[in-house]
Ligand binder design. Structure first.
Ligand SMILES: Cc1cc2nc3c(=O)[nH]c(=O)nc-3n(C[C@H](O)[C@H](O)[C@H](O)COP(=O)(O)OP(=O)(O)OC[C@H]3O[C@@H](n4cnc5c(N)ncnc54)[C@H](O)[C@@H]3O)c2cc1C
Length: 447
């Protein structure tokens, strides 16, 4: 009697798809990995290899008391093939985990292609397969036919094709000697953080913003940006005139200093991004400025002099779904639990986060095939907190999120020193992950 379940289909052989495929095969389930390259290519990819790194060759900081480094360590503990392969093909890069990209991708391609349970099928998938267990990992440049089908499946309003995001600042790095909590005209519960400016401060900020260096948009991004006229970059708004920002996102009306009742010349507002109130989004500050320039110019804003940026502002092509509306923290679609998604398509950001999503979606797809309950990770881990964030953030303002310590639950006892606190987050995460993994081992799975 043949007890082999039917194959799971993974669509997209990037970082998330490669990891998901490996975890499924590792659990003993046959899997078909669909990758359109080289028959069709994306505007950012250049090779036919799996897990191609489209831009930088770095997976971010290695130290395990850094957000990216902790995620690397968690993935090593869980046997993620992408990180194990990255470790093998590392090149010197200071404190970062950087790889020889050609050897890294070729190694992964060969390893997957040689696995007896993996079929690598080249060709574009234009529709979500209507039956069976399917994992979608087609990334930020998902092709149009599949994106349209996904729109039909999810509802038009739950897909984004362009990421016009403002920087996100860590709340504890804001100086509340200057900044204050209030809502315009005192509506709501002092929901915003306000950074006030006098005329001299505003004019200095305006001049520096107008002169700051912009990042180059790629052709395909320039095309997409045309459809996004409502979302003007802050530097473009500044260039339209000295006062344009004061009549837009920096308008000071309805806000007075609660300590002195003073009125201001301009005010930058920050809106809460996460439930715990650790992350704050600079309202209206979507931007094309280079990252170094963003840090330099935005730190001229009173109250943000020492701001720690969790995510810089971006304006680029990025197909992603509204995960808080659509996904469980297991990465299953609420509407169809046998359909899962991972990677940039789900609103996580970066290579390592995509790998982590692939691990969880692959693991859960395999568990479904075996008739087991899908799992979530402890929210005290970087992986668990990331998937908790994307599945429970505010759907109204949902923007992609990289791994960071602002989304991890607080420690039971406050630790003031940042490096020490991050070390304790790391210790708790790795301890909780080990226990979780060992418990999972008692149930047949792939860990
Ligand atoms: C221009 C650009 C630069 C970036 N630079 C960086 C960076 O430097 N560092 C960083 O951490 N992140 C960067 N990112 C984000 C990056 O895309 C992700 O971190 C990572 O690649 C996401 O992995 P993924 O598996 O979700 O998607 P991808 O790696 O893009 O993989 C998706 C795969 O699906 C395939 N595919 C798409 N549609 C179909 C279809 N219909 N049928 C079959 N196959 C399909 C694609 O060919 C691709 O192989 C960049 C993104 C872009 C667009």
């Amino acid at each position: 009697m043949n007890l082999q379940p039917p194959p799971i289909h993974v669509i997209g052989g990037g970082l998330a798809g490669t990891e998901a495929t490996w975890q499924i095969a590792r659990a003993g389930i046959p899997v078909v990995l669909h990758e359109m390259r080289p028959l069709q290519t994306s505007p950012a990819h250049h090779t036919e290899e799996l897990a191609e790194l489209v831009c930088s060759n770095s997976f971010g900081a290695q130290a395990s008391d850094r957000a990216a480094g902790l995620l690397h360590e968690e993935l090593r503990q869980l046997g993620a093939i992408v990180i194990q392969t990255a470790d093998r093909h590392q090149v010197p890069a200071g404190g970062a985990l950087a790889v020889d990209r050609a050897i890294f991708s070729r190694d992964l391609t060969e390893t997957l292609a040689n696995h007896p349970l993996i079929e690598l099928r080249r060709g574009e998938v234009r529709q979500i397969p209507p039956e069976g267990i399917v994992v979608l990992t087609t990334g930020p440049l998902t092709t149009d036919p599949l994106a349209e089908d996904l729109q039909r499946f999810t509802g038009m309003q739950y897909m984004s094709f362009f990421d016009a995001a403002s920087p996100i600042v860590l709340g504890e790095s804001i100086d509340f000697e200057t900044a204050f909590r209030a809502s315009r005209y005192d509506k709501g519960d002092a929901d915003y953080i306000n950074c006030p400016m006098n005329k001299d401060q505003y004019l200095h900020f305006w001049q520096e913003l107008c002169a700051a260096e912009q990042a180059e948009l790629k052709d395909f991004e320039r095309e997409t940006a045309k459809f996004f006229e409502a979302c003007l970059p802050i530097e473009e708004m500044a260039k339209r005139g000295e006062d344009t920002m004061r009549y837009g996102p920096l308008k000071p009306v309805g806000l007075t200093d609660p300590r002195t009742s003073e009125r201001f010349y301009a005010v930058v507002q920050l809106r809460q991004e996460d439930k715990a109130g650790n992350l704050w989004n600079m309202v209206g500050f979507q931007t094309n400025l280079r990252w170094g320039e963003q840090k330099r110019v935005f730190r001229l804003i009173p109250g943000l002099e020492n701001a720690e940026f969790i995510r810089m502002g971006v304006m680029h092509r990025n197909t992603f779904i509204n995960s808080p509306e659509l996904l469980e923290s297991t990465l299953q679609f609420k509407k169809r639990p046998t359909l899962l998604a991972a990677g940039q398509l789900t609103g996580t950001e970066g290579y390592t986060a995509a790998t982590a999503g692939g691990w969880l979606a692959g693991t859960n797809a395999a568990r479904l095939a075996r008739g087991l309950e899908p799992v979530t990770l402890p929210t005290t881990t970087m992986m668990g907190s990331l998937f908790e964030f994307i599945s429970s953030a505010s759907p109204k303002h949902f923007q992609p999120m990289p791994p960071n310590f602002g989304i991890i639950p607080e420690l039971p006892v406050k630790v003031k020193n940042k490096r020490e606190r991050y070390g304790k987050y790391r210790d708790r995460a790795l301890n909780d992950l080990t226990q979780w993994r060992d418990r999972l081992l008692t149930i047949p799975a792939n860990v």
